[in-house]
Ligand binder design. Structure first.
Ligand code: FES
Length: 66
């Protein structure tokens, strides 16, 4: 899904930026251009980045077969 129409940034690109080390909107903007145009995507982009960071920072443990 497109999050930033001004710069064609998708939720997948935000996930990739998170995996590459983006920690906040400033990082994401520097890496993708997201939220550097009209700015209307900033809130959603920040939310998606935080969700992706949470998964990376606190991964679920793998279930082990009994
Ligand atoms: S939609 Fe992202 S800067 Fe305009």
């Amino acid at each position: 899904m497109y999050v930033c129409l001004c710069h064609g940034v998708t939720d997948r690109r935000i996930r990739e930026a998170a995996a590459a080390g983006a920690r906040d909107l400033a990082d994401l903007s520097a890496m993708t251009g997201c939220a550097t145009g009209c700015g209307s995507c900033a809130q959603l982009a920040t939310q998606l980045l935080a969700e992706h960071r949470a998964v990376l920072d606190f991964p679920l443990p793998l279930l082990q077969a009994a």
